[in-house]
Design a binder for this molecule. Structure first.
Ligand SMILES: *Cc1c(COP(=O)(O)O)cnc(C)c1O
Length: 375
């Protein structure tokens, strides 16, 4: 078994038998020749069911996450919504309290229609997780590190709590792609990634992935739902995601190095009241993070001692960090999450989230330094 850097660098790369081409082909066909009686000599019928480019990307994703099976979707939300809709009707879901904003919105607005119920719990408090279990709990939905507070929950402990209750554990590992964290190896049953972020890595493609530890009932139900309801990624998106995967380990090393340097700078700054980065020894779950993550990622958030007005002023003065949503691309971004999440937001209004990109760390620190110094 090759190491993850080797798997990624060569993902999808095998010389094409007809041309010798090394980089993977992009196959856009919507339909594939079958025999008169409907046999599929090449295994493909129709693009929505399966297509060669999507299949190649899914194989690479499964290998990187150590999964039995990976399913690709047009967005991270489509992947996550499918994992939820594929649960048996009547299922109860435990959702971590700071999971991605749109999943909490789905729980509030769609679960009643889908016949699901939900409890929202702080997953860093394992006693609270145990107390919230019900006989009909089918899924624990963790997100670690979480958005935007970078809380870290203990994947191995959550897996054993879930399995002890006959439930499954899904981990949204978008902030920690496979190079940094391997939730399936720690006992999780499903990993979710928004491929729009680090897997694509260049801010130019949307996608979502579910990686399954086993090829059982839940994976089959998700596959069937995608096939019937049509949440199939376009071949072009699949191709761009595969292209991104090939440099994922190298990019992540640089993202982590830069974020570590920025976190250290902010932690020592007098105008900064708090820095949320799992790599800092002062992070409340640093020990858990050090146990389950290889490195600590490219995302962090910090709180300004001067409150909301100062947070907005700093965001306005930054020049290299662009005010924009999303994360995981080559360029550094800043976002005042409370403004973007709106009135229902539980994010502190003095908090800024940074997606630390691939620029030189000294340039990023100089930009933060001038923005914090004020006009
Ligand atoms: C962005 C994001 C999602 C949703 O992914 P999309 O590709 O935007 O649909 C889910 N979870 C986390 C943690 C995210 O950051």
């Amino acid at each position: 078994m090759s190491r993850i850097e080797t798997l990624a660098a060569r993902a999808g790369s095998r010389p094409d038998p007809t041309s010798g081409a090394l980089s993977p082909p992009l196959q856009l066909a919507t339909t594939f020749e079958h025999t008169p009686d409907g046999q599929l000599p090449h295994g493909f019928l129709y693009q929505r069911y399966d297509n060669p480019t999507q299949q190649g990307t899914e194989q690479a994703l499964a290998a990187l996450d150590g999964a039995r099976r990976a399913l690709l979707f047009p967005t991270g939300m489509a992947a996550g919504a499918t994992a939820l809709q594929a649960l048996p009707a009547g299922s109860h879901v435990l959702l971590s309290h700071d999971s991605y904003f749109s999943f909490r919105a789905i729980a509030a607005s769609q679960f009643p229609r889908w016949g699901l119920s939900c409890s929202i719990v702080d997953f860093t408090d394992l006693a609270a997780v145990r107390a919230a279990l019900r006989p009909d709990t089918a899924l624990l939905w963790a997100e670690t590190p979480s958005n935007p507070l970078l809380k870290v929950s203990d994947i191995a402990a959550l897996a054993s709590i879930a399995h002890g209750a006959g439930a499954r554990l899904l981990v949204d590992s978008t902030f920690a792609p496979p190079v940094l964290q391997q939730p399936l190896a720690l006992g999780a049953d499903v990993v979710l990634h928004s491929a729009t972020k680090y897997l694509g890595g260049h801010g130019d493609v949307m996608g979502g992935v579910l990686c399954f530890a086993d090829d059982g009932e839940h994976a089959a139900a998700c596959h069937q739902l995608r096939l019937l309801a049509g949440a199939t990624a376009s071949p072009f998106a699949a191709w761009l995601i595969l292209r991104g995967l090939r440099s994922l380990p190298a990019r992540m090393a640089w993202h982590c190095r830069n974020a570590g340097a920025v976190a250290g700078f902010l932690a020592a700054h007098p105008k900064v009241a708090a820095v949320h980065y799992p790599g800092l020894a002062t992070h409340p779950q640093h020990a858990v993070a050090a146990r389950q993550m290889r490195e600590f990622g490219g995302m962090l958030s910090f709180e300004l001692a001067g409150g909301r007005a100062q947070a907005l002023a700093v965001a306005a003065r930054l020049r290299l960090f662009t005010n924009a949503t999303s994360l995981g691309s080559t360029e550094s971004l800043v976002e005042h999450r409370a403004s973007v999440e709106g009135p229902a937001s539980t994010t502190p209004d003095r908090l800024l989230r940074l997606s630390v990109g691939l620029e030189h760390p000294e340039d990023l620190i100089a930009d933060l330094d001038q923005a914090l110094a004020g006009p």
